[in-house]
Each structure stands twice: as C-alpha cells, then as structure tokens.
Design a protein around this ligand. Structure first.
Ligand code: AMP
Length: 135
C-alpha cells in the first residue's frame, strides 16, 4: 500500500531525515506537537503493531530509545511522550505504523493526558481475567 510515508521513504516526498537503517527511518513530524517531534517509521508498510513482525517492532523500539535520548541531550527535553496511534479509532491518520517521540518540558503547558474512566464493582477483576496473558 502506498502511504505518504512510503513516498517519504522512497524519496518522492521530501522530509527531514535524522536517522536511517535497513529497517526504518526517523523523520521530523511536519506539524509537531513540539519542535523536534520525531516519527520512527518502519520501511515496510504494516498498518498496525500486530501486523509488524516482532523482531522489526523490537528494532523500532530500540531506535525510539535512541531518539528519546537524543531529544533529551540536544533539545534539553525533560521528558517525552512516546505514542503509537494504532488504528483509525485511536486517531491514526497515516495507515503505516509509526511511533511518535515528542519532547516535553516541565513548563510547556501541554495537556496530552488521556481522559480517565472507572470500573464498576468487581469489573476490573473480570476484565483482568479475560485479558490474562499468562494462562
Ligand atoms: P498519526 O495521526 O499517528 O497517523 O500521525 C501521522 C503524523 O504524520 C502526523 O503527526 C502528521 O503531522 C505527520 N505527517 C503527515 N505528513 C507528513 C510529512 N509529509 N512529513 C512529516 N510528517 C508528516
């Protein structure tokens, strides 16, 4: 599938590329939440985390860690938000897996927190049991 990111990867669309290897690229987001907001993008187009082979996903997260370190060192970020919008219902605009790494500062005033809900009586145990991965 051709996405804006496949066009960026093949060079048809320009980007500011801060890293590249055989499996992924890292570019600066064109509409950043904060300056330095980076996107780690696998070169092969999988639309979601579950489609991405485990070893490629592990590599992507290794590069996310490098980018995070760089944002803290070079831009003096106090923290980062590391975000994957994994599917349209989660706000994914580009159907090509990518990880946002967003520099954050103590006084940046941004509110990226997710709204909170709550469980009914006994509900958290039921949901926990249904999701138990150790069984
Ligand atoms: P998402 O909503 O998680 O799919 O995020 C897609 C991101 O891609 C958005 O933050 C966009 O600003 C970014 N984006 C879209 N087009 C470009 C582009 N040509 N270069 C860099 N970033 C882009």
């Amino acid at each position: 599938m051709a996405t804006i990111f496949t066009k960026i990867i093949d060079g048809t669309i320009p980007s500011i590329r801060i890293y590249e290897d055989e499996l992924c690229i890292v570019i600066l987001d064109i509409a950043p939440v904060a300056k330095g907001h980076a996107l780690v993008i696998p070169k092969q187009c999988w639309s979601s985390v579950v489609e991405c082979p485990e070893e490629v996903f592990a590599h992507i997260m290794k590069i996310v860690q490098k980018v995070d370190k760089r944002l803290r060192e070079v831009l003096a970020a106090d923290a980062t938000n590391i975000v994957i919008n994994d599917g349209p219902a989660a706000g994914q605009e580009v159907p090509h897996l990518h990880v946002h790494v967003i520099p954050r500062y103590v006084k940046d005033g941004l509110k990226l927190q997710m709204p909170k809900t709550s469980y009914g009586q006994g509900e958290i145990e039921v949901v926990g049991e249904s999701l138990n991965l150790s069984r």
